[in-house]
Write a protein of this length. Structure first.
Length: 138
């Protein structure tokens, strides 16, 4: 029981960390946000969404996709006995992705790709986590 709680927490932390690294550290370095956008202010982001480089938006999609898979995999690696922690991590990250899609006005291509790839990432993450839970990888 405690191991599964730990697996869920570590999986979620991993997912969030991966999203942060890809989206913020890499994406915003390669495609910097315009100076007038405060990345810590949702109103600033909303008002200036049209100024954010497309490359930066692509990094967001990649970050969400990769974060879900990595978080679910870590949850499976730590748990080793249950897929529930991986499912919880995947569900929380899909909810976070959906919230991002709903809260910020985005182009249709972004919303569709972010949403569909988040769902695909859940299934890739499920497959990856199950290898550790069901003993294929020791």
């Amino acid at each position: 029981m405690l191991k599964n709680i730990l697996a869920t927490i570590l999986g979620f932390i991993t997912a969030a960390f991966v999203v942060y690294i890809i989206e913020t550290l890499i994406g915003h370095t390669v495609f910097p946000l315009p100076e007038q956008i405060d990345p810590n202010d949702i109103a600033s982001i909303k008002a200036n969404m049209h100024l954010i480089p497309i490359g930066s938006k692509v990094f967001v999609v990649i970050a969400h996709f990769t974060g879900i898979i990595s978080g679910m995999t870590v949850a499976g690696m730590v748990s080793k006995t249950s897929m529930i922690p991986a499912y919880i991590v995947g569900a929380l990250m899909i909810i976070a992705t959906a919230a991002t899609i709903v809260m910020l006005p985005k182009a249709l291509w972004f919303s569709l790709s972010d949403g569909l790839l988040a769902i695909a990432a859940f299934f890739f993450g499920k497959s990856s986590a199950s290898r550790y839970v069901f003993g294929a990888i020791v």
